[in-house]
Each structure stands twice: as C-alpha cells, then as structure tokens.
Write a protein of this length. Structure first.
Length: 216
C-alpha cells in the first residue's frame, strides 16, 4: 500500500518524536505505520534532556513526547489523543474499533493497559532506574520496587485475557494492542520482563512483534 504523506499546509504539520525505548512516541509511529501514513518529524532527544529544554517546552510545557503541532498553531499531546486525531483523518483500517460496542471494547482494553500495567511500571521506572535518578529527586526506591509485583500481576491478567484470542478486542489488531506491545517492550527495558510461563501473552507478543509496523 502506498504511503499518504502530509506536507506543509495540511492539517498535521510536525510530529515531535523520540526514539526507543520511549514507549509513547513509539505508539504513534506504529499507528502511522499501520495506517500507511507518513508525516514530517522532529527528533527530541530524551537522553540529552532536549524534552526539558526551553525550545521544546515552548511546544509542550509538560516536557513530554510525542507532540503533534498543527498548521493552525494547535499542539496535540498524549499519544492516544494524537492517534485519535489521525484516525479521524485516516479511518481505514479502523484501529479504534468499528461500531459502538467494538469502539467501547477497544477503549476498555486501552485503559486497562494504561492503568493496570503502565501505571505501576512507570513507578518502577521513575523510582528505581538509574537513568531517571537524574531528574526524579528524591527517588523513593522502596516504593518503586514494591510496584514490580503489580506489573507482573497485570501481565498475568492480560495472559488470561488473551487465552484463546488473537488480539485484545477479540476481532482485530487495534490501538489497544499497540499500547500493550509498547508497554511490554518498555517493561523489558526497565527490568521487568514477561514471565516465561505466560504463554498466551507470549504468543500474542510474537504476533504483534511480527507485524512490520512493530519496527517503527
């Protein structure tokens, strides 16, 4: 499938992106790859602290990536919100679901990934990883370590949910799967890998990772 390309003068102007292992920018890159859409990007180095520099804070005062700057001066932040906007511009294939029930199911699974898995994982990342020690002061290491079992417990929940189904919503690959893939890969980077006994989740991860978009 040929790629659609946004140029100057179209709705989407510039995606402020950061490379792996940052999970949230990767969500948008995978989403764009699934849509076969390309947009101009501007790299923001997290390791170099560019996301906290004055130039980028003028774009996104929260100092987080990704951000999508539009020609009309509006800046969209939060990865799922950016993907929702792109879904409106390019509705096929439907990555946020099709029909009221399926859309609600995709939203449900996306929220579950973010709240039940990504939330405790972010605490492990913020309070135990040596990289974040430079910016998270003080680090509450004991609290961060206490969140590791919650991450594993959430992985077990998704393993049970995926037993007998190909994708999270039971129908097709969606934004919920994108969010889960990027979160699990980030968990490995943080030091909370998927337990070997979670065979349903491992099978799902293999299928998701085999999609060309996973390389985005």
């Amino acid at each position: 499938m040929p790629y659609a390309i946004f140029e100057k003068g179209s709705d989407a102007l510039l995606l402020h992106d950061s490379p792996n292992p940052a999970p949230n920018p990767r969500r948008v890159r995978i989403f764009l790859a699934e849509k076969h859409v390309r947009i101009p990007t501007a790299p923001v180095s997290i390791t170099a602290g560019e996301h906290k520099g004055a130039d980028y804070l003028a774009v996104n005062p929260y100092g987080q990536t990704p951000s999508l700057a539009l020609d009309n001066g509006v800046v969209l932040t939060e990865s799922v919100a950016i993907c929702r906007y792109l879904e409106g511009l390019h509705p096929e294939p439907p990555l946020f679901g099709r029909g009221p029930l399926n859309v609600a199911q995709v939203d449900m699974w996306t929220r579950r990934v973010e709240l039940r898995l990504m939330t405790p994982l972010s605490m492990v990342w913020a309070h135990t990883h040596p990289f974040t020690a430079r910016v998270v002061k003080p680090q509450y290491t004991e609290f961060g370590e206490s969140q590791r079992p919650r991450v594993v417990a959430a992985m077990k929940e998704f393993d049970r949910a995926l037993d007998g189904r190909e994708w999270l919503d039971g129908e097709r690959y969606t934004i919920a799967d994108i969010v889960l893939l990027t979160t699990l890969d980030f968990a490995t980077f943080v030091g909370v890998p998927m337990p070997e006994e979670l065979t349903a989740l491992a099978g799902w991860h293999a299928r998701a990772s085999a999609r060309p978009s996973a390389q985005a």
